[in-house]
Each structure stands twice: as C-alpha cells, then as structure tokens.
Design a protein around this ligand. Structure first.
Ligand code: ZN
Length: 218
C-alpha cells in the first residue's frame, strides 16, 4: 500500500514536471514569436514614420537647393517615397533609394538639376535608340543618366525612354537630358530619381523643390 502510494506520488511528480517542461518550451516559442512580431512592428513603424515625414516634405519647396527634375506643368504625383517601404509585389520591407515621379504625359522631358558631368549613361553609345523601350539599357534602371554635379553631389535619372546626353558630356542646370519612360525594372511610366550627397544616398525630397501643382499620390 505504501509502495503504491509512493509510485503514485512519483508518477504525479513526473507528470507535473513533464507538463512544466512542455509548458516552458511552448512559452519559449511564444516569447520568440512575440519578439519577432515586435521587430516587425518596429520596422513597420519606422516605415510609417518615414512615410509621414516624406509626405510632409512632398509639397514644400522652401530652402531646397535644387529644382525639380521634371517641368512643373508635366508633374502629376510622387509615389514610392525614399526609404523603407512595403513592396506591393512581394509584401516585404525594402529600401527604396530614390523617389518615383509620375507625369501627366508620357515621355515628359527630364531636366538636369545642376551643372555637372555625365559619369554613367545607359544604353552605351551605338546601342542608343530613342524609343519607348531600351532593351540594351541598364538591367535595373533601363535608360539611365548619372550626373556628377560641380558641387560633388550625384543625381541618377532612371527608366528613361530617351537620352540626349552621353558619357563625359557637360550639362547645365535646366538642360533637357532625356525623357521619362518605363525601361528597365519598371512597371509603369515614371522617372526614378536618386541623389547622393558626400557619396551617401539621401532623401531627394529634402533637396529638390517639389512643384505645388501636383496632386497627392494617395
Ligand atoms: Zn523608384
């Protein structure tokens, strides 16, 4: 009788610790899950904060160093702001190194924002063709022009459908250097614009004056 009682006691103990171990391991999984969730939320929050500050910057031209790379009469909206965003295609967070500028009319003129020299240009000479698609363009940017300005900053204009300048050529602020398009990795007509200051990517909206005629991208 005593033995049976002892066995019951031991078995109950084993059951209790078994449950406890089980519980603690599922608790650990739960904690890990919550931590990952927390990290995701943090990233999403950062993305949102970026988005809000981008929106605040969108329609202000105060104190901006450079003009807009598209004529204000052609400008329609800004979309896909600089920084962390949620990719609509993969639904993952990714870094967008520039801003996307949409125009009212396809193939609107693209303008150099400052005096400088062309330091990269796609497609290369001989393969250049003024058309709606550059199959020989840069794999990502398609028709592309990169300008190193006299002040050291670098601007990149991507997805161009036409290009009026070539490597090592000097350009002036306000000069038409090409036309926007949907070449390279692009799903719709727009100008992808990047800006580097001191060789670091910056939010172009902090530096270029945004026309006030645009509508909100929503
Ligand atoms: Zn873009």
């Amino acid at each position: 009788m005593k033995f049976a009682l002892l066995m019951t006691f031991i078995m109950l103990n084993m059951l209790f610790y078994g449950l406890l171990i089980n519980y603690s391991s599922s608790l650990k999984t739960e904690i890990a899950y919550v931590m990952v969730e927390n990290q995701n939320l943090k990233q999403a929050m950062e993305g949102l904060e970026q988005e809000v500050s981008n929106r605040e910057l969108m329609f202000s031209s105060e104190g901006k160093k450079y003009p807009f790379p598209i004529n204000s009469s052609d400008f329609m909206k800004l979309s896909s702001p600089y920084g962390i965003r949620i990719s609509p295609i993969t639904n993952t967070l990714k870094n967008h190194l520039g801003v996307d500028i949409y125009t009212r009319v396809p193939r609107s003129q693209v303008i150099a924002i400052a005096d400088g020299v062309i330091v990269d240009s796609w497609p290369p000479p001989g393969k250049s063709k003024d058309g709606s698609k550059y199959y020989s363009g840069h794999p990502v940017y398609g028709g592309m022009v990169k300008v190193r300005h006299d002040d050291g900053s670098i601007a990149l204009y991507g997805h161009l459908s036409a290009k009026y300048v070539s490597l090592n050529e000097r350009v002036k602020a306000g000069q038409v250097i090409g036309r926007e398009g949907s070449t390279g990795k692009s799903t719709a007509e727009h100008l992808h614009f990047e800006l580097k200051i001191d060789n670091e990517y910056v939010n172009p909206l902090l530096w270029i004056a945004t026309p006030s005629t645009g509508e909100n991208s929503g």
